[in-house]
Design a protein around this ligand. Structure first.
Ligand code: NAI
Length: 302
């Protein structure tokens, strides 16, 4: 039994090399937490300037962490930052970068056709044991992985923004994800310091399935004229203990992202009332008011 126990541990701790595809907001955060957990990380992006930006973003995020941890010790700060950065390689070549990967995490644009094309390339170049995952927020794993030859090694790792701060990781299994794959993904989540929850391949998994309809319900409350936006935000902060109200949160996430998610679900489940689009949100997005990032959404930002 001891030997069997040992071999299970060895199997589970096998993830050493992680390749993250997409060096945007999410990919760079996932790279940082993975390298911080002493894994060997390769970050891939089709766009060299995205890689340069990720390198800068990870460096300044690590500097903040190092300053907090070693307030009085500049040498220790530098050592911490470079020990993590040294574990991260950057590349623009997908096939080369997944050859030695034990785990691939896709965090590219939320587009089903582009993701499918990428996964075909990944599966063709990766080892037959490599775990292949997506960080999708709103697409079905069954759709993204439709053309994979081996679907047993495919699953979801849904991180939250900002990745280094947010403690949760949703580990998603679709119908064909094997127990071994699922267990290894859960283990990876713990390795990178996250609390893991198990989800099925359903719209929005757990968090977004509850949060996105809640944000739209707040909009409907406002659209009916039942309460003002600031009052709804204050009410949810002080009455429900949420750190942000629904309109503040929507502006933070991006109104275009909220609309994109809801439109996709509405198309797939036209009878689900919780997935009904909002005319007000549509008109704001049409006018380019996408939230904090554009300077205006529900509120104006400087
Ligand atoms: P982003 O736009 O910041 O970054 C995407 C990156 O992917 C860009 O740097 C782009 O150059 C690169 N890219 C696009 N197509 C590529 C390809 N074919 N090969 C290689 N690189 C490619 O996007 P973000 O926000 O990081 O989102 C990435 C994924 O994570 C999406 O699936 C999104 O739904 C999901 N997600 C986003 C969250 C968020 O709060 N932004 C939260 C959780 C998941």
């Amino acid at each position: 039994a001891a030997v069997r126990g040992l071999s299970t541990t060895a199997q589970l701790s096998k993830i050493n090399n992680v390749t993250i595809i997409g060096a945007g907001l999410m990919g760079s955060g996932i790279a940082q937490v993975s390298a911080n957990a002493k894994l060997n990380v390769t970050v891939v992006d089709s766009n060299q300037s995205a890689l340069d930006k990720a390198q800068k973003g990870i460096t300044s995020s690590l500097q903040r962490v190092a300053k907090k941890k070693h307030a009085e010790d500049a040498a220790a700060q530098t050592a911490l930052v470079s020990s993590v950065l040294d574990r991260i390689k950057m590349s623009t070549n997908v096939s080369d970068s997944v050859k030695d990967a034990d785990l691939v995490i896709e965090a590219i644009v939320e587009n089903i056709d582009i993701k499918r094309k990428l996964f075909a390339e990944v599966e063709a170049a990766a080892k037959p044991t490599t775990l292949i995952t997506t960080n999708t927020s709103s697409l079905r794993l069954a759709d993204i992985g439709l053309n994979l030859k081996d679907k047993t090694r495919f699953g979801g790792l849904h991180f939250f923004n900002p990745v280094p701060m947010m403690k949760l990781l949703e580990v998603v299994r679709h119908n064909d994800t094997s127990d071994d794959t699922f267990n290894k993904l859960m283990e990876y989540g713990k390795t990178v310091g996250k609390t893991t929850v198990a989800c099925k391949d359903t719209p929005g998994f757990i968090v977004n399935r509850l949060l996105v309809p809640y944000m739209f319900e707040a909009l409907r409350l406002y659209e009916r004229g039942d309460a003002s936006m600031p009052d709804i935000d204050v009410a949810m902060k002080l009455g429900a203990g949420y750190p942000m109200g629904p309109f503040e949160l929507s502006d933070y996430v991006g109104l275009d992202t909220c609309k994109f998610i809801m439109d996709g679900w509405h198309k797939q489940y036209p009878d689900e009332v919780a997935f009904k689009p909002s005319p007000l949100l549509d008109s704001l997005v049409d006018a380019g008011k996408t939230g904090r990032k554009s300077g205006e959404g529900f509120y104006k930002y400087k």
